[in-house]
Design a protein around this ligand. Structure first.
Ligand code: FE2
Length: 199
């Protein structure tokens, strides 16, 4: 059974009042995400990975010693990353659940300090990649950044929040201002209930 492109959980123009335009979602979801689905399906066809879950393929094909990851990993991990990304944003007002707020206070000192660390990770990722909030294997919450399609699954971590910092995610709305895109993501777009549900 081939992988399919999931529908956005909201209309293409639903995030526009909060700083992510319909044009960005038309390109990012309908074209870029769809390409990962198409190319991922093509890459696993006839291999041992056909019929396996996204998570199993990501774990099984990630090579920590490689300078560049292989085509199966790149497309399948990006497919999974984008599946999560749309769910991590909401057009509605999102109040941070108290258990998440407490956990961020414990790990980072305050919610603002967490946001600073997350935005700095995203802004500091050289080239394409992602910024993440993860629950690490020791149970602690951490902010990380990864290159290209690499994600927390590769390190046995639980993904709580991710922000795509590939240029295709922000160039239409923010041009070269990646920090402004990250600040807007954290202040206006994140679905904190979704983040808390992943804990
Ligand atoms: Fe993307």
């Amino acid at each position: 059974m081939a992988f399919t492109l999931p529908d956005l959980p909201y209309a293409h123009d639903a995030l526009a009042p909060k700083g992510m335009s319909a044009e960005t979602l038309e390109y990012h979801h309908d074209l870029h995400h769809n390409a990962y689905v198409t190319n991922g399906n093509k890459a696993i066809e006839g291999t041992e990975w056909e019929g396996k879950s996204l998570e199993d393929i990501i774990k099984g094909t990630y090579d920590p010693s490689a300078v560049a990851q292989n085509g199966i990993f790149n497309n399948i991990s990006q497919l999974w990353n984008h599946n999560q990304f749309w769910e991590m944003m909401t057009p509605n007002d999102s109040k941070m659940p108290s258990e998440l707020e407490s956990a961020l206070n414990v790990s980072f000192g305050s919610v603002d300090k967490f946001k600073e660390a997350f935005a700095a990770a995203g802004a500091g990722q050289f080239g394409s990649g992602w910024a993440w909030l993860v629950r690490d294997t020791d149970g602690s919450l951490k902010v990380t950044k990864t290159e290209n399609g690499v994600n927390p699954i590769c390190f046995g971590q639980t993904t709580l929040l991710g922000c795509d910092v590939w240029e295709h995610s922000y160039y239409i709305d923010y041009r070269n201002k990646r920090p402004a895109y990250l600040t807007n993501f954290l202040d206006n777009l994140v679905n904190w209930e979704n983040v808390a549900s992943r804990m």
